[in-house]
Every structure is written in structure tokens, then in C-alpha cells.
Design a protein around this ligand. Structure first.
Ligand SMILES: C[S@@+](CC[C@H](N)C(=O)[O-])C[C@H]1O[C@@H](n2cnc3c(N)ncnc32)[C@H](O)[C@@H]1O
Length: 251
């Protein structure tokens, strides 16, 4: 084994949100295995690398995880610098542990380079801090999405009780999420935001309440979208709705 596999966070999309370490590794990579969501401008940094798409997007073809693991291990026998580029941070909702375990189990050196996760990009886009004195002292990152043969987790308990909740991979099932959370005791009036393509030039955000989450989801286009819930959004949501009301009237 000669090569090292670097699990690198590509961040939420904007190329200048990539870390310097990630950019340097891409420049020196011999081969890059990348997710579907990674911005082409970021991929272009890997000037001398062979590019392999192993992307996962809902409803589209994705490479089976076991096959990705095998490709990474095989690559480590042939190359020095192998980059496994993942959207956001590799260690959040990215199946990084399965890749790390497979690589370490095969004697391959692994390093992880963090990236900016979508929740933090969304917080920046909204200009809303996910924590706030007297209002939110904890934040939960959850997903209702479960893999095949995986037992249902307790995301609902967590999302019902955390001060601020960020829901990954939930836009497609917004109505079910809202119903479940309201049944679990989260007030229907909880402020909500849906952020699509955070950090990119075509980013969109929409404010509403938990009860109206499905409506917000209906406004989402083809980009990745994330849901934020919690009282930290209240002032911003009010200002946001006034603004959209004003734009509607003006238009
Ligand atoms: C498989 S998860 C990967 C999360 C990633 N590891 C991270 O740390 O952001 C993909 C989900 O992240 C969210 N996401 C990723 N990039 C996003 C962006 N730029 N804007 C909004 N949501 C995003 C969406 O909920 C999407 O369905």
C-alpha cells in the first residue's frame, strides 16, 4: 500500500468556501472520487487527476457503497494521493464511517479534511445564528432518511425537543415531517425556513411555520434543500414574510 485516501469536505457549493487544505489536496490528487452535488468549479481544481463520479442523488443512479469502498482500496494500491470528495462535511450524513472502516480494515492510510456543512451555510445565508442567548442553547442536525435494512432512528424525539433543528434530506417529505413533529408536540406555529442551494448564486430561502412546511417545500426547485426550525428564526421570518408580501404587492 502506498497511497493515502483523503476524505475531503467540498463544503456547501461555493468554491471559495473550500478549505485551503482541500484545495491543495485536489491540486495534487492523482484520482478523485466525487459526489454528484460537488460544484464543477471545485472539481476543476483537480487539474491532473482522473475523475470518477460516484454520486448519489435522489432517484438517480448511484454507485453501491461496497463498490465505492473497493474502488478506494484498489486505488490506494495504484496511486499516492486519492481524494474522496464529499459535499459539505464528510463526517455528517455522508457514510464516511463505512469508507473509513473499509480502508483502515484493508491497511490503507486515511485522513479526513473537514468541510462546511449545509446547516452552517444555511445559517450564514439566512443571517440567523443557530444558537441565541435565552432562546436556543442547543442545535440538532437530523435526517428522517434511513437506508435499506436500517432501523428507524429517534430523529423525531430529537427534532421535537431541540431548540433549533436542522433537517437534512427532508424537503421531499416535508408534509410527513411536519405532521409527525406536530403530533410529537412541537407547536404548529414554530418558525420554519427552507433553504435551497445555500452559498450558491441561485440560492433561495423561504420562511413560514411548521404547519406550512409542505408549502415551503413546494417552492423548492432542483437544488439540494435543507429545513431549519426554531424560535431563532422568528424575527427573521417575520421580516422575510413582510418583504415577500411587499414584493408581491409591488410586482
Ligand atoms: C447526503 S446529505 C450530505 C450532507 C453533507 N455531508 C453536509 O455536511 O452538508 C445531502 C443533503 O444535504 C443538504 N444540502 C447539501 N448541500 C446543500 C446546500 N448547498 N443547500 C441546502 N442544503 C444542502 C440537503 O438536505 C441534501 O439533501
Amino acid at each position: 500500500m502506498t497511497g493515502t485516501v483523503y476524505l475531503v469536505g467540498a463544503g456547501p457549493g461555493a468554491p471559495d468556501l473550500l478549505t485551503l487544505r482541500a484545495a491543495r489536496l485536489l491540486e495534487s490528487a492523482d484520482i478523485v472520487f466525487h459526489d454528484a452535488l460537488v460544484n464543477p468549479e471545485i472539481l476543476a481544481l483537480a487539474g491532473k487527476a482522473k475523475m470518477v463520479a460516484v454520486g448519489k442523488r435522489c432517484g438517480k443512479h448511484s454507485t453501491a457503497q461496497a463498490f465505492i469502498n473497493k474502488q478506494l482500496i484498489d486505488s490506494a494500491r495504484k496511486h499516492d494521493v486519492i481524494v474522496r470528495l464529499k459535499g459539505g462535511d464528510p463526517m455528517l450524513f455522508g457514510r464516511a464511517q463505512e469508507e473509513i472502516d473499509a480502508l483502515v480494515g484493508s491497511g490503507v492510510d486515511v485522513e479526513v479534511v473537514p468541510g462546511i456543512t449545509a446547516a452552517l451555510a444555511a445559517s450564514a445565508s439566512l443571517k440567523v445564528s443557530l444558537t441565541r442567548r435565552g432562546i436556543a442553547r442547543n442545535v440538532a442536525f437530523v435526517t428522517p432518511r434511513i437506508g435499506k435494512a436500517e432501523k428507524a432512528g429517534n430523529w423525531l424525539d430529537t427534532a421535537a425537543s431541540a431548540d433549533t433543528v436542522v433537517i437534512y434530506m427532508g424537503a421531499g417529505e416535508a408534509a410527513a415531517i411536519a405532521n409527525a413533529l406536530i403530533l410529537q408536540g412541537r407547536p404548529a406555529s414554530t418558525p420554519a425556513a427552507m433553504i435551497e442551494s445555500a452559498s450558491l448564486s441561485d440560492e433561495q430561502w423561504h420562511f413560514g411555520t411548521l404547519a406550512g412546511l409542505a408549502e415551503l417545500a413546494g417552492l423548492v426547485g432542483t437544488g439540494p434543500a435543507i429545513i431549519v426550525l426554531g424560535e431563532v428564526l422568528r424575527d427573521r421570518a417575520r421580516a422575510g414574510s413582510q418583504l415577500s408580501e411587499w414584493v408581491r404587492k409591488a410586482g
